[in-house]
Design a protein around this ligand. Structure first.
Ligand code: MN
Length: 385
């Protein structure tokens, strides 16, 4: 039986690599749904290549282009975010890989869980914003949430066969990004280009900036809390510049298991899609002699304040991670378009966390309202700088 896959965000970096993996295993997978926000040309090309049941273009203005281009293919074409939220419930889908950017992943992920689909989670913001609701729903509907994020895939792989054994703590590894070891003075002047130049991973713009600012690691700590049911004090971050060890689990007897390999997102993607099986791959193999030294460093939280703020959000919980995430999405957007400087991103987030309303037990509607409130606050705050 082939697994029937829906890929939300198929034209992004993770989406494209997911299709590469699927292409290598035509006996295992069938592509049923592809969605993209704006990249109509890529979506059309993917639809022609994979012949899914349906494609959805998020931006409704591009519907005509996609529809006309696929007029001779047996592919249904829809548009808009409502269509994305709806299509994941289809009976023709077994597994939904969520690779869209940011808060937009929340509603479709929740709908997919409610209709019993396995989730391959590549949209960490969903867990950051509403981890409590998402994990409760997954439990209620007996749905597996399989991590695609490389660190979380590493933890998950270390836990296979250990599910009865309590975890003492985990270490999320961080490459340190392009600004590892740089001074605060240096950070005040960094450009968009420098921030987008990640040493080890090639990724989309949003996550690349999050990696440079270490917000990505903060988001990942919160993601780990919900995925693995951990307390904040059980989640540690260690800088490991070579990105060979993808993360580590420490058990109560002190034993540590690490998952390692060359940095290649196709591996965690493939593992999430084929779990519990490990499928063959032609990915480049690790050679110890190419890496005579694997090194580890402490994260500098004085410079990377985002990590401290993310832990505060994780500890206080409620709506605070949602507000932090929304302010960060705005801050990254405004950094990328040149409106604010690199370090100002943390100011925006800190102010939003301080000023936007706090709710201790938010509903899904509360999250939607507070996400908007935090974005509005962040735009206003930046405008008045
Ligand atoms: Mn990651």
């Amino acid at each position: 039986m082939k697994k029937r896959v829906a890929i939300l965000g198929s034209t992004g970096s993770i989406g494209k690599q997911t299709l590469e993996v699927i292409k290598q295993h035509p006996d295992k997978f069938e592509v049923e749904v592809l969605t993209a926000l704006n990249s109509a040309e890529d979506l059309i090309e993917q639809a022609r290549g994979f012949q899914p049941d349906a494609v959805i273009i998020g931006n409704k203005e591009k519907y005509d282009l996609v529809k006309e281009s696929l007029a001779n293919d047996p592919v249904k074409v829809y548009a808009g975010s409502e269509a994305i939220a709806q299509i994941v419930q289809g009976e023709n889908i077994d597994i939904v890989l969520t690779a869209m950017v940011g808060f937009s992943g929340l509603t479709p992920t929740i709908n997919a869980i409610k209709s019993g689909k396995t989730i391959a989670l590549a949209n960490k913001e969903t867990m950051v914003v509403a981890g409590e609701i998402v994990t409760e729903l997954a439990h209620k509907h007996k749905v597996s949430i399989l991590p695609v994020d490389s660190e979380h895939s590493a933890i998950f792989q270390c836990l296979v066969g250990e599910f009865q054994n309590p975890v003492e703590k985990i270490y999320l590894t961080a490459s340190g990004g392009p600004f590892r070891g740089k001074s605060l003075d240096h950070m005040m002047t960094v450009t968009r280009e420098e921030a987008l130049n990640h040493p080890n991973w090639s990724m989309g713009n949003k996550i690349t900036i999050d990696s440079a600012s270490m917000m990505n690691k903060g988001l990942e700590a919160i993601e780990a809390k919900w995925l693995f049911g951990l307390k904040p004090e059980q989640i540690d971050i260690i800088v490991h510049p070579q990105s060979i060890i993808h993360s580590i689990v420490q058990f109560r007897d002190g034993s540590m298991k690490a998952q390692m390999g060359l940095p290649d997102m196709r591996l965690p993607i493939q593992y999430a899609l084929t779990f519990p099986e490990r499928a063959e791959s032609n990915f480049e193999r690790f050679n110890f002699l190419d890496y005579p030294q694997l090194t580890f460093e402490k994260l500098n939280e004085k410079i990377f304040r985002n990590v401290t703020m993310a832990y505060q959000a994780m500890e206080k919980g409620g709506s605070l991670p949602c507000v932090m995430n929304a302010a960060n999405e705005v801050a990254v957007e405004m950094f990328l378009n040149g409106t604010i400087g690199f370090l100002q991103m943390s100011d925006v987030i800190e102010e939003a966390m301080d000023k936007v309303e706090y709710i201790s037990h938010p509903t899904l509607d509360d999250y939607i309202i507070l996400d908007k409130a935090s974005r509005d606050f962040a735009y206003r705050y930046i405008k008045n700088l």
